[in-house]
Ligand binder design. Structure first.
Ligand code: NAP
Length: 308
């Protein structure tokens, strides 16, 4: 699909493919275990943007037969209460994956929450163990957004091996894992951040540019090498509209391929999270003694079910 020259890398068709495969695995799991896989989403306080995100998770789970349990705590919940809730979910054999909705209230340390998640249920790859496994090239859980940023390239048939890639952003959940994944795919990777001198110079040398800075318009067409492939991970609300970090209109005539925002990395992120969940469920089921009957997530969590 050409769009002013660049091929538009749409996430939705790839996400559909992934969901179809996940739905089959979910059906097999449900038959074998007598219950569907269960995702617990811990929510501390609620704001409007995250509500939209949560609805999307719910819909994605429902489409493939995964049950989503929301575990809601008051905005004033203490760190100890949040950690206790996560530990209860860790101990519940009927909960297969746990994600914690970000951002957390400022009174709660992110590190305390991350450390509390059982790495076996950490389907968004935020626990240090999973981060370490990625760094060492082992098969842990990947942060879904970073996974999506690279998977959209792989599944769109974009060559990665041997190419020069620039990742803008070095966060633990997006930029760094995306960079490690690109190295794993044999790209030569430069990581840029807010202290990078001459960002434009780095971008201009790159065959692949992954932008995850949270700065609308940070990368323009004038900065790109002609024919570069651009993955825009950014999600920003500007004048009531969702836009990425790349100035799409100028980039589209210079790039050879580009992900739109919305509609690029985002849909794939949600679908990949489901693949992580079913993998977590299968692994834990395999590790469990054969006759252990799972308890019900609803008995142990203050959850509201995903079908509401
Ligand atoms: P973050 O933690 O705020 O990190 C932003 C990174 O960008 C930091 O490393 C920062 O550098 C760097 N940066 C900021 N301004 C820059 C500039 N002017 N030049 C170069 N680098 C700059 O954000 P995040 O959680 O990684 O998220 C990044 C973006 O991805 C956000 O827009 C977020 O909404 C989006 N996101 C998308 C999805 C999805 O599914 N598509 C999911 C999650 C997040 P320093 O380290 O020096 O501060």
């Amino acid at each position: 699909m050409a769009d002013g020259g660049a091929r538009r890398l749409e996430g939705a068709p790839i996400a559909d493919e992934i969901r179809t495969a996940v739905a089959e695995d979910v059906a097999s799991f449900t038959t074998a275990n007598g219950r569907p896989p269960v995702l617990a989403v811990v929510i501390v306080g609620r704001d409007a943007p995250s509500t939209v995100y949560l609805e999307r998770i719910l819909k994605g789970c429902a489409k493939v037969g995964i049950e989503a349990a929301f575990v809601e705590l008051e905005g004033e919940a203490t760190e100890a209460a949040v950690v206790d809730t996560i530990r209860t979910l860790n101990a519940d054999p009927a909960v297969d994956g746990v994600i914690v909705q970000m951002p957390l209230p400022p009174t709660i340390r992110l590190s305390a929450v991350i450390d509390a998640i059982d790495p076996a249920k950490d389907i968004d790859g935020i626990h240090p163990l999973n981060a370490g496994l990625l760094r060492l090239g082992y098969d842990g859980f990947l942060p879904a957004t970073a996974h999506a940023a690279v998977e959209i390239l792989r599944r769109s048939g974009i060559e990665i091996a041997g190419r020069d890639a620039v990742v803008i952003g070095r966060s633990a959940v997006v930029g760094m894992p995306a960079a490690f994944l690109l190295v794993r795919e044999d790209a030569t990777v430069t990581v840029c951040h807010s202290r990078t001198r001459d960002l434009a110079g780095h971008v201009r040398r790159a065959d692949i540019v992954v932008v995850a800075a949270g700065r609308p318009g940070l990368v323009t067409g004038a900065m790109l090498k002609p024919g570069a492939v651009v993955v825009d991970v950014g999600i920003n609300l500007v004048d009531g509209k969702i836009v990425g970090d790349v100035d799409y209109d100028s980039a589209v005539s210079v790039a050879s391929a580009i992900t739109p925002v919305p509609g690029g990395v985002g849909p794939l992120t949600n679908a990949l999270l489901l693949t992580h969940l079913i993998r977590a469920a299968e692994r834990q089921a395999e590790a469990r003694p054969r006759h252990a009957a799972p308890s019900s997530a609803a008995n142990t969590t203050a959850s509201s079910r995903g079908d509401r």
